[in-house]
Design a protein around this ligand. Structure first.
Ligand SMILES: Nc1nc2c(ncn2[C@@H]2O[C@H](COP(=O)(O)OP(=O)(O)OP(=O)(O)O)[C@@H](O)[C@H]2O)c(=O)[nH]1
Length: 321
């Protein structure tokens, strides 16, 4: 930053400064006249890590980067154009400005030290009003950014808990949620059942019709399962061609009828290849387990897995307890 004179001796007037717009108060004009004007070359840093100062852009432009580290997709660079200012907050709370401020063009800046800002706030009727307006705008902008980040965070969280192929919940979701769902059911003394599902002879299906057709079959089965459940049930891709359904408030008897319905609907589903030609029907095997006193969530999953094994042993395309 190269000092090039005072504001009073420069070609700029108070009308060029947004914070002082509509002010022609002689005391303010006189006080600003003695303030320093500096030149900053394009790419130059505007920083006084130990000082609280107000910078007003007279010509050129500044880029202000938040001191808060953010993700690569969420840049918080604010551009400050001629007439606009930066550093109001640091001046008001007398704390150094930790943002990284860079000139994006050859720029001229007016510097107002924090003591003078406070003096002007007391003397001017225009500055406090403009400052409040500006701060209110900044708070709104910061809130909007926070909301956007929250939404983005939620979006990525959802993404990390869903299987990209089928759109069902994934194993990470199950690891997080099953303990909670089982805990809640136990606490409320309510039933909860699991149905473990495995597509039959899926290796052969893949080998015969190709991996892409296998993917279509998995998606078709996932759609059948998703559409056959209540909104309060959960469908999870457990891994590979294995899926699981979590049925809160569902007794063993009702879980059997749900599994029966799923087994029948998967058997009837038509899977198409990439030429839209129908492929041979797929079937699934289903293992059912229900929460019992003293049964941990891990043991519940193991019980459903063991039941699935029995369904395979019984010839597949069937359900088992
Ligand atoms: N297309 C496709 N195939 C998958 C996917 N995940 C797992 N598989 C396949 O699923 C097949 C599972 O084979 P196995 O575990 O031998 O079981 P299976 O052939 O279904 O036989 P049973 O379960 O005994 O009826 C393997 O060939 C895997 O490659 C996937 O995302 N897409």
């Amino acid at each position: 930053m190269e000092p090039i004179g005072t504001f009073g001796a420069s070609r700029y007037t108070i009308r060029d400064l947004q914070l002082f717009s509509e002010s022609n108060e002689p005391g303010v004009v006189a006080a600003l006249a003695g303030c320093e004007v500096v030149r900053v070359a394009k790419g130059g840093l505007v920083s006084d890590p130990f000082l609280a100062r107000l910078y007003i852009v007279l010509s050129g432009a500044l880029a202000v980067e938040s001191d808060v580290p953010v993700g690569i997709h969420d840049s918080t660079v604010t551009m400050i154009h001629p007439g606009e200012s930066v550093g109001e907050q640091s001046v008001l709370d007398e704390a150094p400005n930790l943002s990284r401020i860079t000139a994006t063009d050859d720029s001229e800046l007016l510097i107002i030290e924090h003591k003078l800002v406070w003096q002007l706030i007391e003397e001017s009727s225009v500055l406090p009003r403009n400052l409040l307006r500006l701060l209110s705008f900044r708070v709104r902008a910061a809130n909007a950014l926070l909301r956007r980040r929250q939404k983005l965070g939620e979006f990525y969280r959802q993404l990390s808990l869903n299987d990209p192929l089928t759109g069902l919940y994934n194993r990470a979701w199950l690891n997080e949620m099953l303990t909670k769902l089982v805990g809640r059911a136990r606490q409320d003394g309510r039933a909860l059942s699991l149905v473990m599902i495995d597509l039959d002879h899926f290796k052969k299906f893949n080998d015969t019709h190709g991996h892409a057709a296998g993917d279509s079959a998995l998606c078709a089965a996932a759609n059948v399962i998703r559409n056959a459940l209540r909104p309060t049930d959960y469908a999870v891709r457990y891994g590979g061609e294995e899926m699981m359904v979590v049925l809160p408030e569902t007794t063993n008897k009702i879980a059997i009828s749900v599994a029966d319905r799923l087994c029948k609907r998967i058997r009837e589903t038509v899977v198409f290849d990439d030429m839209r030609l129908p492929l041979p029907h797929i079937t699934g095997s289903f293992g059912i387990a229900s929460l019992e006193p003293g049964l941990s969530d891990d043991a519940l999953v193991e019980a459903a897995d063991a039941a699935l094994y029995r369904a395979k042993e019984a010839g597949r395309d069937t359900i088992s307890l």
